[in-house]
Design a binder for this molecule. Structure first.
Ligand SMILES: NC(=O)c1ccc[n+]([C@@H]2O[C@H](COP(=O)([O-])OP(=O)(O)OC[C@H]3O[C@@H](n4cnc5c(N)ncnc54)[C@H](OP(=O)(O)O)[C@@H]3O)[C@@H](O)[C@H]2O)c1
Length: 259
């Protein structure tokens, strides 16, 4: 049984590209994908951070490379995938489309520049990274794209208008991509994390919103990056081969609760 599970979830021979791998969920999940056997490409603006993480994974016996990527600068996207293919010797067949930024402000107070920054990163940036990946995956007729949205994109939460709308857009985009790309051998799914303990979460703690939110989580704790290991491996590997267009909340039950 263990052998069957290992085989089913194995990523041996795969190339996994992780956007936003310099910290938080992306950094942790790049390690998870590498430990499952994939060659991993860690991408972000802070090249020093992704280079250090790739070096650490390599020292542990895994295959890992770092590339520069700013999802708001479209010219860096094909360049990052070219560098990934060159480093790994083959095209990317798993994308964890994870880069994102958060911003909390009341709707009436949001400045145009902030709205643009949030949408350019969380929606347009994710769109362009997914599109570049899908064009390359279409040539090899296989691939798994995992978008990282948020439970904020599933239900309304105050102070989050542009962030939540961008994530809701990413969830809808996932379904359209899944429809259009199934015939090309590409699966597209979306993970919606609840509140996870990362740098992004630290901002949330400093605003004092964390205590109220904790009371609304039925499991009464925030998520830890490793709580996303199972769903990521499921969607990346053949274990999830009949899944496409799925929207998966990983939130300790938070999106069920209005208490
Ligand atoms: N933590 C949570 O509670 C939570 C909940 C729901 C959803 N999420 C989503 O999960 C994803 C990861 O968040 P996190 O909590 O791990 O936050 P984090 O620790 O702040 O990590 C965000 C990552 O995105 C990268 N990034 C930001 N802007 C970028 C850009 N323009 N180009 C390329 N990379 C960029 C950052 O790298 P650089 O700064 O080095 O570029 C960093 O690696 C995000 O999409 C977030 O919306 C998080």
């Amino acid at each position: 049984m263990v052998a069957l599970a290992e085989e089913l979830f194995s990523l041996k021979g795969r190339v996994a590209f992780v956007s936003g791998a310099s910290s938080g969920l992306g950094l942790h999940l790049a390690g998870t994908l590498a430990r499952a056997g994939a060659s991993v490409v860690l991408a972000a603006r802070r090249v020093d951070k992704v280079s250090a993480a790739a070096a650490e994974l390599t020292a542990q016996g895994h295959r890992a490379h770092a590339v520069a990527l700013d999802v708001t600068r479209s010219e860096t996207i094909p360049a990052a995938f070219d560098a990934a293919e060159e480093a790994c010797g083959k095209p990317v067949d798993v994308l964890l489309n994870n880069a994102g930024i958060v911003y909390a402000s009341k709707f009436l107070q949001q400045e145009e520049a902030e709205v643009s920054r949030i949408l350019d990163t969380n929606f347009k940036g994710a769109f362009l990274v997914a599109q570049e990946t899908a064009r390359r995956m279409a040539k090899i007729k296989q691939g798994s794209i995992i978008n990282v949205a948020s439970t904020a994109g599933l239900r309304a939460a105050g102070m989050m208008s542009s962030y939540a709308a961008a994530k809701a857009g990413l969830i809808h985009l996932t379904k359209i991509m899944a429809l259009e790309l199934a015939g090309r051998g590409i699966r597209v799914n979306v993970i919606c994390p609840g509140n996870f303990e990362t740098d992004m979460h630290d901002l949330f703690v400093s605003s004092g919103m964390d205590k109220t939110v904790l009371e609304r989580i039925p499991q009464r704790r925030f998520g830890k990056p490793q709580d996303l290991d199972g769903v990521t491996l499921l969607l990346a590997s053949d274990a999830g081969r009949y899944m496409t267009g799925a929207v998966i909340a990983v939130d300790g039950g938070q999106s069920l609760s209005w208490m």
